[in-house]
Design a protein around this ligand. Structure first.
Ligand SMILES: NC(=O)c1ccc[n+]([C@@H]2O[C@H](COP(=O)([O-])OP(=O)(O)OC[C@H]3O[C@@H](n4cnc5c(N)ncnc54)[C@H](O)[C@@H]3O)[C@@H](O)[C@H]2O)c1
Ligand SMILES: O=C(O)CCC(=O)CC(=O)O
Length: 380
């Protein structure tokens, strides 16, 4: 007889929603004008990062006379002043919806503007950050990155068109894919995760790990780009289930040591996975089975290493003198705002339902392992 499956539904759980509408497939950006109209909008402001004006112009062309203009000013960690300037610009252009095109930075600026204005968002992601799926956004206020969550920041529509991501550089693709994988692995042990999201996280881990080596072998493969966007979709959906140990440590590296977002996730993911495998073996075993290994932490280390991403803290600029600060910041969860829009149920890394709370001992174990950079030894 097969073992009884774990029950995933928790009566008291809080389960976040993903966007209402997802349009998936190469070429789907051709329907963008219709997606704007579907929201009842006719003046879309297209938002992207400074290097991506060509991409922004292409989308503006798709939207045609329903495009109000382009805002190519997005940066990571969304400074609140930038969000407010974006809101003012949207107002001055009489914009009635926002279209994010590019990576998590573009989506993040749209979220910041939506937080300030309530304008609906259409997200057209071209990286694998998964931000387009969530209502979260880290915004920098008075120099500190603070996590926000709001229905206003959840995209109304997401358009996944792999053709737009064909030019994403290999190194950015790899780091961003590890960001998506981090969402999947971090959420799986949380007992509060919704019964819809848990299978998405497990499938996401399978798709991302199977696709990344193929994508890097042939970055111009539309098949691989499409498959990886599917993995990002699942990873982003997984992130709506909450985040815990992995994100606490990665956000510390990104927020306080200036490590690029995807790389911050990649460099600690093998060691966080090792800790999770030891302390939450049953859910992690499901991920291991899905990706086809009986040594999940070693498998993740091999993947990060083989795709050319760093596996030691020294490679991202930290040394022994940073150890105490790194632990203290990870544990204090400084990036969590006491803003009224924050929902502690999804953001408290140590909430009930997290079998591996973010304690000093656990973070120290991860930091020390990442400092050594050795392939994790199999623990189960
Ligand atoms: N709120 C959430 O749910 C969530 C989830 C994940 C990440 N994030 C946030 O997203 C940001 C990271 O996102 P990211 O990794 O996508 O980084 P990013 O948005 O900075 O993009 C990385 C780089 O790729 C470039 N790029 C994007 N699309 C391209 C394309 N089609 N061709 C060529 N270059 C392209 C960008 O211009 C940028 O230089 C961070 O600020 C992070 O905090 C938020
Ligand atoms: O919007 C943010 O910056 C916070 C959410 C986030 O970054 C998730 C992640 O670590 O990928």
């Amino acid at each position: 007889m097969r073992p009884a499956p774990r029950s995933f539904a928790h009566p008291g759980g809080l389960h976040n929603q993903t966007p209402k509408r997802v349009v998936f497939g190469p070429g789907s950006v051709a329907g963008l004008r219709d997606e704007v109209a579907r929201l009842g909008a006719s003046r879309a402001l297209v938002v992207t990062t400074p290097g991506r004006t060509e991409l922004g112009d292409r989308l503006a062309g798709e939207i045609g006379d329903a495009c109000a203009g382009l805002l190519p000013e997005a940066v990571s960690q969304v400074p609140i002043e930038l969000a407010r300037r974006g809101r003012d610009k949207a107002e001055s252009m009489d914009a009635d919806c926002l279209v994010a095109v590019g990576g998590g930075a573009a989506t993040g600026l749209c979220k910041g503007i939506a937080y300030e204005s309530g304008l609906p968002i259409i997200a057209v992601p071209t990286t694998y950050s998964g931000s387009e799926m969530t209502g979260y956004c880290g915004m920098t206020i008075d120099g500190v990155k603070r996590m926000h969550e709001s229905q206003a920041m959840r995209a109304s529509t997401v358009v996944y068109d792999a053709e737009l991501s064909l030019g994403l550089p290999a190194a950015v693709s790899a780091a961003s894919a590890l960001n998506a994988l981090a969402h999947c692995i971090d959420v799986v042990p949380l007992s509060s995760v919704s019964p819809l999201i848990l299978p998405a996280a497990i499938e996401g881990a399978r798709v991302i790990t199977a696709t990344l080596p193929r994508l890097l072998a042939d970055p111009s493969s539309l098949w691989a780009r499409n498959e990886m966007l599917y993995g990002a979709y699942l990873g982003g959906a997984a992130l709506t289930g909450g985040f815990a140990l992995q994100h606490a440590v990665a956000h510390m590296l990104g927020g306080s040591f200036g490590v690029e977002h995807g790389i911050a996730h990649a460099v600690v993911l093998p060691y966080v996975t090792a800790v999770l495998v030891e302390r939450a073996p049953a859910p992690l075993a499901r991920v291991a089975e899905a990706v086809g290994t009986d040594d999940l932490a070693g498998f993740v280390w091999d993947l990060v290493h083989d795709v050319g991403l760093p596996v030691t803290l020294a490679d991202v600029g930290l040394d022994a003198s940073d150890r105490a600060r790194a632990i203290e910041i990870s544990v204090s969860a400084d990036d969590h705002s006491d803003d009224a829009f924050l929902h502690p149920d999804t953001h408290d890394q140590n909430r009930a339902g997290n079998p591996v709370p973010v304690t000093g001992d656990v973070v120290a174990e991860i930091i020390d392992a990442a400092a050594a950079g050795e392939r994790p030894r199999r623990r189960r």
